[in-house]
Design a protein around this ligand. Structure first.
Ligand SMILES: NC(=O)c1ccc[n+]([C@@H]2O[C@H](COP(=O)([O-])OP(=O)(O)OC[C@H]3O[C@@H](n4cnc5c(N)ncnc54)[C@H](O)[C@@H]3O)[C@@H](O)[C@H]2O)c1
Length: 369
């Protein structure tokens, strides 16, 4: 297959889909085109890709137009819609439940969209996991930064000092992001409360951090009370493939202390607070203030630590890219049936049920040819 790797164009997005080691594997049976400079943000030169067997093209237009299979990091942006065409395979993060305009383009143009975030294997999301590990760690770092006075925060140090209480960190969701965030927040000495509806997830987190974390069943009353007393709230809720539910209501935010911080990691699926919903921010303008509370809702948090993120993402995604490139989509799905759970649009229809329900768009099971 002809596999194309365009340079990412989202604000402050420095990741690239593949590292040279992966290109070397892919290039054994495929032609690999990569856009000039695509790896520079992650510290990878064009020459390293050439040495691994890729051909460097000058423009994204050439990469998109010459390739049968586009291998990316973030969803296609409006400037890239012009390249979407019938039968083109696009393998990337899409988060369609929060992006109807893109879903409509993909359906209209009959693109085969293979979404990292919905690929399920043994009830896990292995292609979301590496970025969630990073976003969870970064969420605490960023939260700590915005709690400082120069950044507009209430001037609280997460760990406190002898004789002064540490900060209260409330984490909603005890999955991959939630567990990573808990690890860092505890490591920094904060008091941590974690809420989830999944008792197994709460048990797991208690077992990992015995006596260091307080857990609470997630219901509106418990969320409201925890949020009211929090200095830093980190929301990490996910119902796979679905639009994020808005669990943190505006009236809870109004009760928070001035200069407190909310980091809405779940913004990429639509946002989990009334105020961040449909209000993503960017690395160049990461926060907004509402009811005196700082809201951080960057949808590509791992992009800020691109060198780490690129290697982690490439390690996770290459296995399926190789399968699709080497044997074609049909055979790849036969060998790795979990790929089917990642196909979100196919032949002019939404082919992933939760997305079709959330967007109120017609569903049709992919009949892979
Ligand atoms: N902003 C970014 O840059 C970025 C980066 C990585 C991941 N993410 C997003 O972070 C979110 C979390 O990812 P993850 O890998 O941790 O998912 P996960 O599936 O591992 O964890 C999600 C958790 O939310 C819990 N949950 C569901 N409903 C809940 C409720 N009502 N109350 C409390 N908890 C509830 C689930 O039980 C689960 O434990 C996803 O939306 C993902 O796309 C964002």
């Amino acid at each position: 297959m002809i596999i194309g790797i365009p340079k990412e164009i989202k604000d402050n997005e420095y990741r690239v889909a593949v590292v040279p080691g992966a290109v070397k594997e892919l290039a054994k049976h495929n032609t690999i085109y990569i856009e000039k400079g695509a790896g520079l943000g992650s510290g990878i030169t064009d020459q390293e890709y050439i040495d691994a067997g890729a051909k460097v093209l000058d423009s994204s237009k050439e990469v998109w137009e010459k390739s049968e299979f586009i291998y990316k990091v973030k969803e296609p942006l409006e400037e890239e819609y012009q390249y979407l065409r019938e039968g083109l395979i696009v393998y990337t993060y899409f988060h369609l439940a929060g992006n109807k305009a893109l879903a409509e383009e993909l359906v209209k143009r009959k693109v085969i969209s293979i979404a990292y975030e919905t690929l399920q294997l043994d009830n896990k999301l292995p292609l979301l996991r590496p970025m969630s590990e990073i976003a969870g760690r970064m969420a605490v770092q960023e939260g700590a930064r915005f709690l400082t006075i120069p950044e507009g925060g209430r001037g609280i140090l997460l760990q406190g000092v002898p004789g002064v209480r540490p900060a209260n960190v409330v984490i909603v969701g005890a999955g991959t992001v939630g567990t990573a965030a808990t690890r860092i927040a505890i490591g920094m000495g904060a008091r941590v409360t974690v809420l989830d509806v999944n008792i197994d997830a709460l048990t797991a987190i208690t077992n990992i951090f015995p006596d260091k974390v307080e857990t609470l069943y997630s219901n509106p009353l418990n969320i409201e009370e925890a949020v009211e007393h929090a200095d830093l709230v980190i929301s990490t809720v996910l119902i796979p493939g679905r639009r994020t539910p808005q669990l943190i209501k505006e009236n809870y935010v109004k009760k928070m202390k001035k200069g407190s911080v909310i980091v809405d990691v779940a913004i990429d699926q639509g946002g989990s607070t009334d105020l961040t919903k449909d209000h993503p921010t960017t690395h160049s303008d990461p926060t907004f203030v509402a009811h005196d509370v700082i809201h951080y809702a960057v949808a590509n948090i791992p992009g800020a630590v691109a060198t780490t993120s690129t290697y982690a993402l490439s390690n996770a995604t290459t296995k399926y890219a190789r399968a699709i490139g080497d044997m074609g989509l049909k055979q790849a799905c036969e060998k790795f049936p979990e790929i089917i759970s990642a196909i979100n649009t196919y032949d002019g229809y939404i082919s992933f049920e939760p997305v079709s329900e959330d967007l109120d768009m017609e569903y049709k099971q992919a009949n892979i040819k």
